[in-house]
Design a protein around this ligand. Structure first.
Ligand code: 6PG
Length: 264
């Protein structure tokens, strides 16, 4: 059957998707990536300023991958986001490959290219890369999280904002299908590797840490993710579709999709 969004005669027919019912949260759908990012960046700005007003600072964890890079660029270049409270922001990593920071596969290295101190005003002491090359990396990062969050005067013990993506296999963060880190229920950070984990080995925040966050944004764009969104929409076992394990305990989960990612 012809896909209504694909045209054999050289122009795109208008396609208005039905907003897919996705588990656990609200779903925002916009025509293209730019429009999706406008909503997400707006939510992020409001939430960051609210947290700074309420708690004095703002702790956010960001993902790597290609999808969020235009968001990071937008935050830096669009005057609309000039009031972002960078000086009160702590930047954490959702996950990381165990490679040096100057390796092009390093999420932190990539994100710093957009949000580093020379661009964003984040104080150096508020940057929290994962110490991926240390043998005890997961223990160290857990301690760093516990200390930083516990010492907050108010609002402690939780990240304020987590930005997640989703792979075509429905992994999120570095929580891959049937991988060991999915089973970790008593730690905030875990090493992950195994047959389903795209190498190199990873370090990832665990479900308990991610699900404790105040606001979790799941940004999924592009036709390459459409089939996965269709699978996720029907629910299932989080071991097979790890993104289904994202269920904030007391926080908000919001999916951000463009039309291309929506099942037809
Ligand atoms: C990473 C991630 C990962 C990512 C998905 C989607 O470091 O790769 O944190 O979970 O969000 O793989 O990646 P894309 O945005 O590149 O599709």
């Amino acid at each position: 059957m012809t896909d209504p969004g694909d045209s054999a005669i050289g122009f795109e027919l208008e396609f208005e998707p039905r907003v897919p019912d996705l588990p656990g949260g609200q779903v925002v759908v916009r025509r293209d990536v730019e429009d999706v990012l406008t909503v997400l960046a707006g939510d992020l700005l409001v939430h960051a300023n609210n947290c700074v007003r309420a708690f004095g600072d703002f702790h956010m964890a960001l993902s790597g991958g290609s999808t969020p890079l235009p968001l990071y660029a937008r935050l830096m270049t669009d005057p609309l986001y000039r009031s972002f409270p960078w000086r009160r922001t702590h930047l954490w990593m959702v996950d990381e490959r165990r490679v040096a920071e100057d390796d092009e596969r390093s999420n932190y290295g990539q994100i710093m290219g957009y949000l580093g101190i020379e661009h964003s005003d984040i104080p150096e002491g508020n940057l929290h890369p994962m110490p991926v090359l240390a043998d005890d990396a997961e223990d160290r990062y857990q301690r760093e999280l516990e200390q930083a969050l516990a010492w907050r005067e108010r609002g402690h013990d939780r990240l304020d904002f987590v930005l997640l993506g989703m792979g075509a296999d429905a992994h999120t963060a570095s929580l891959f299908p049937y991988s060991p880190a999915l089973e970790v229920g008593d730690r905030l950070v875990a090493v992950n590797e195994g047959p389903s984990v795209t190498p190199p080995p990873r370090l990832t925040l665990t479900y308990p840490m991610l699900n404790a966050a105040r606001f979790v944004a799941l940004l999924v764009t592009g036709a390459g993710k459409r089939e996965t969104i269709a699978r996720v929409r029907s629910g299932g076992d989080p071991r097979e579709l790890p993104v289904l394990g994202i269920e904030p305990v007391q926080g908000t989960l919001k999916w951000f999709l463009d039309h291309a990612a929506c099942p037809r």
